[in-house]
Design a protein around this ligand. Structure first.
Ligand code: NAD
Ligand code: GLY
Length: 360
């Protein structure tokens, strides 16, 4: 087992990564407060992993209740968030209960937001089961739901008390979802770890075949990156924004196409290519650099082209991004492979770039 610590002062928490961890109650028990656990999941993941987790917890005398949300990004909204509060109240969960998210990023973001607000905040544990959730969304405390006008527009920061990553669960993850997780792994390499990019060029095909040791290594390396950045900038006042490479473009794609039609990781992949092309236009990346990114995404069966959209529509969706401050569009662009910066971009430059990249 590998442990990465998110060493936030007074709220430090471990990310345990390994095989067979769902059965190890001793990893979970120290991070509970009371004896009540509300597992938030969806039918797909619960069918596969809730019985084993329930057994692990109940064998320790804990009272376990469950809240199953419908599966998918389309349900990551206020209406379905309310289902979690309904279940917590119906089960009489008190302020010492623990909300435990068992699932991908959708479940994690929603359960975390519920934990942040139920009775003004209760204990929270993340057990991420998709690759994307293991390398990104379960770490760092961003939680929330979508609004029809924008992704993740309503939410809170809520750090978990534990992130428990069982690599074995990736064996049942559909290939398309595995690829979506690869997009966020590639993101860390592009923004801050060129050597990791070399490693991924070499190992991405085997990771896509589900090779568990390589997946564990990539998850650990990604979690270390995330932990380092979150430690330095928990509330995204600066450096943390770099973790959003490709996301401003990606969120516009997700919102335009309808939540769930493009997977988050797929939209981020196409968005990273758009950011890379803007970096190339600025003279910071070469054609060879862009081609290398395209080849890696292709090896992971990820899209590299945005959908057909009008540049004006795309630009107005981008204006809803949380990085927009005082009406000024800020984008994460690459200065080089392995080095990113937040850059303020003039509307006209963005319009021209979008026109060159989009085909409506
Ligand atoms: P997801 O939660 O929809 O999960 C993907 C699919 O895989 C679902 O159908 C799920 O049921 C299924 N699944 C999950 N684990 C499985 C397993 N082990 N076996 C079989 N099926 C499994 O999507 P996701 O890609 O995990 O997360 C995307 C969400 O995460 C988006 O809403 C995005 O905004 C959010 N996100 C949040 C952060 C953050 O910092 N909070 C960061 C990145 C992404
Ligand atoms: N996924 C970006 C962040 O957590 O900041």
């Amino acid at each position: 087992m590998i442990t990465v610590e998110v060493a936030l002062p007074g709220r430090s928490y471990p990310i345990h990564i390994g095989s067979g961890l769902l059965a190890q109650a001793e990893l979970i028990l120290p991070h509970l407060r009371g004896r009540q656990v509300m597992v938030v999941s969806n039918p797909q993941v619960a069918g596969l992993y809730l019985p084993a987790l329930r057994q692990t917890l109940e064998a320790q005398g804990l009272r376990v209740a469950e809240c199953l949300l419908p599966d998918g990004e389309a349900y990551k909204d206020l209406e379905h968030l309310a289902c979690i509060f309904d279940r917590l109240l119906a089960e009489g969960m008190d302020r010492r209960c623990t909300v435990l998210a068992l699932g991908g990023g959708v479940v994690g973001d929603m359960a975390g937001f519920a934990a942040a607000t139920y009775q003004r905040g209760v204990n929270f544990i993340q057990v991420p089961t998709s690759l994307l959730a293991q390398v990104d969304s379960s770490v760092g405390g961003k939680t929330g739901v979508n609004h029809p006008r924008g992704k993740n527009m309503i939410g809170a920061f809520k750090q978990p008390a534990l992130v428990l990553i069982d690599i074995d669960v990736l064996a049942t993850l559909p290939k398309r979802e595995l690829a979506a997780g690869m997009a966020e792994i590639i993101k860390y390499a592009l923004i801050r770890d060129r050597e990791f990019l070399d490693w991924l060029d070499l190992h991405a095909p085997a990771m896509m075949q589900g090779e568990p040791e390589l997946l564990a290594e990539a998850v650990a390396r990604s979690c270390r990156h995330k932990a380092e950045v979150v430690l330095r900038d928990e509330f995204e006042e600066g450096e943390r924004a770099l973790l959003n490479l490709g996301h401003t473009f990606g969120h516009a794609i997700e919102t335009h196409c309808g939540y769930g039609n493009w997977l988050h990781g797929e939209a981020v992949a196409a968005g990273m290519v758009m950011a890379a092309r803007m970096s190339q236009q600025a003279g910071d990346l070469s054609q060879a650099d862009v081609d290398r990114i395209l080849a890696l995404l292709q090896a992971c069966q990820l899209p590299s082209q945005p959908p057909a959209m009008h540049a004006d529509d795309f630009q107005s969706l981008m204006a809803h991004d949380k990085k927009v401050l005082d009406g000024r569009q800020r984008l994460v662009l690459l200065r080089a492979l392995g080095h990113a910066e937040v850059v303020e971009v003039e509307p006209e430059r963005l319009r021209q770039a979008l026109q060159s990249m989009l085909h409506a």
